[in-house]
Design a protein around this ligand. Structure first.
Ligand SMILES: [Ca+2]
Length: 412
């Protein structure tokens, strides 16, 4: 059974790291025991459950009441993959696009995995450690123009953002359509960031890490004039830094290794991987330019450099900090706010995990504070290292492990 976990934002305690906790007098209080259980004991709403990924036009719109939610489960979608790191789908598209780190995008369609990949750029991708094909985003007009964007490490280990278009066969991309749009040298093999997504403003966001090694070795974290340790924002027609960016391509900075971020309405949720002690989830207004997320001044809600007495004025601090050792935590995996139809009780819950810990947790950001923190790990069970989350076109949430894609489903 799920259990409610109560973590205090202000009690960033007992790390053993020697880092001083940051006192945030203006931060609203964290969740308390008065937080409502996210799972109602009786179901009063009636929805139209979707039990398949078929287009809604083929389903019968029968409204039946849901049984009470007992918990969550992972439903295996497809296994035997070579390190899936992302799942996504264009709007109103029943297919699932599965990214494997080796440089391929696979299609799960009508209940099975197509034999031939949608895209295969493995010969252009270095697939080692944190390097590989790391991000995928569909043009908001994908249904009309077939265009999509990928972020990968090239054979030199450097960052590349490219676009491709689907071929006359909608299940295959045109491998000759690739256009390199943006490149950045990577001074080290780690901390390449990864995530690529369109924001609510229609611009394309790319998250890059601090350049790598440890302790912000290259001094990129607090520089707004480098693309490292930053959230970049691009216009795509024509391609270039988006209008309104505070610093050329850079939209926000002070990030260490933002592996996964997502948008929900006018908010952005960023899972920023910490160094040796603390992981963090940040929630901020997606439309606010120039935010500084603190690295390496802060790691989570603790001072990092300096290790005590750090000045965090002007820094956007995380809303969730997870200490290493909490459930095996070592490297946070940011996820999504649930906006699907199968689990209406969890509408608005942000799901996230950790690569090492493999746990599944959620919370609700109510606009001022974290409420309803929940740990679903006992429900869903241990499935190993969770590399990423993803969503389908209907807002259902998926997780990926080293070889399998699972869907989060309700138990009723
Ligand atoms: Ca931070």
């Amino acid at each position: 059974m799920r259990r409610l976990i109560i973590l205090s934002l202000l009690l960033a305690s007992c790390s053993g790291s020697g880092q001083e906790a940051i006192t945030i007098p203006s931060t609203p209080p964290a969740a308390t025991s008065t937080v409502a259980d996210p799972v109602p004991t009786t179901t009063t709403s009636a929805i139209s459950p979707s039990t398949t990924l078929e287009p809604s036009t083929t389903t019968t719109a029968t409204t039946i009441p849901l049984e009470p939610l007992q918990g969550l489960a992972y439903e295996e979608v497809v296994s035997g993959l070579a390190f899936p790191v992302f799942v996504d789908a264009p709007s109103d598209d029943s297919r699932l696009f599965i990214v494997t780190k080796d440089g391929r995008i696979w299609l799960w369609k009508d209940g099975s995995l197509l034999v031939e990949p949608f895209l295969d750029i493995a010969d252009q991708v270095r697939n080692e450690g944190e390097q590989g094909l790391l991000g995928l985003a569909f043009d908001p007009a994908f249904a009309d123009n077939g265009r999509f964007f990928v972020h990968y490490s090239d054979n030199s280990g450097d960052t590349v953002l490219s676009s491709y278009v689907a071929s006359a066969d909608p299940d295959r991309a045109d491998p000759e359509s690739g256009q390199i749009l943006f490149e950045a040298d990577q001074p080290a093999s780690n901390h390449n960031g990864g995530m690529l997504a369109f924001g609510p403003d229609g611009y394309l966001y790319l998250a890059l890490g601090d350049g790598g090694r440890a302790n912000d070795a290259f001094g990129h974290g607090q520089r707004s004039d480098t693309v490292y340790g930053a959230l970049l924002r691009f216009a795509t027609d024509p391609f270039g830094p988006a209008p309104g960016n505070p610093f050329d391509e850079v939209w926000a900075y002070g990030l260490r290794n933002p592996w996964r971020f997502s948008f929900d309405g006018d908010l952005i949720y960023i899972g920023d991987v910490g160094q040796g002690s603390f992981e963090e989830i940040n929630v901020a207004s997606a439309g606010e330019p120039g935010l500084n997320y603190g690295w390496p001044i802060s790691e989570g809600l603790h001072c990092f450099a300096p290790s005590s007495g750090c000045d965090v004025e002007g820094i956007t601090l995380p809303v969730i900090e997870v200490a290493h050792g909490d459930g095996g935590t070592c490297s946070i995996t940011g996820g999504y706010v649930y906006r699907g139809s199968e689990i209406p009780e969890l509408e608005g819950h942000y799901f996230y995990s950790d690569y090492c810990g493999g746990w599944l947790r959620s919370f609700v950001w109510d606009g001022a504070a974290v409420i309803g923190e929940s740990d679903w790990t006992d429900d869903v069970g241990a499935i190993g290292r969770i590399t990423s989350f993803g969503t389908d076109a209907y807002g259902e949430i998926y997780v990926t492990t080293g070889d399998t894609v699972y869907r989060i489903t309700p138990v009723r």
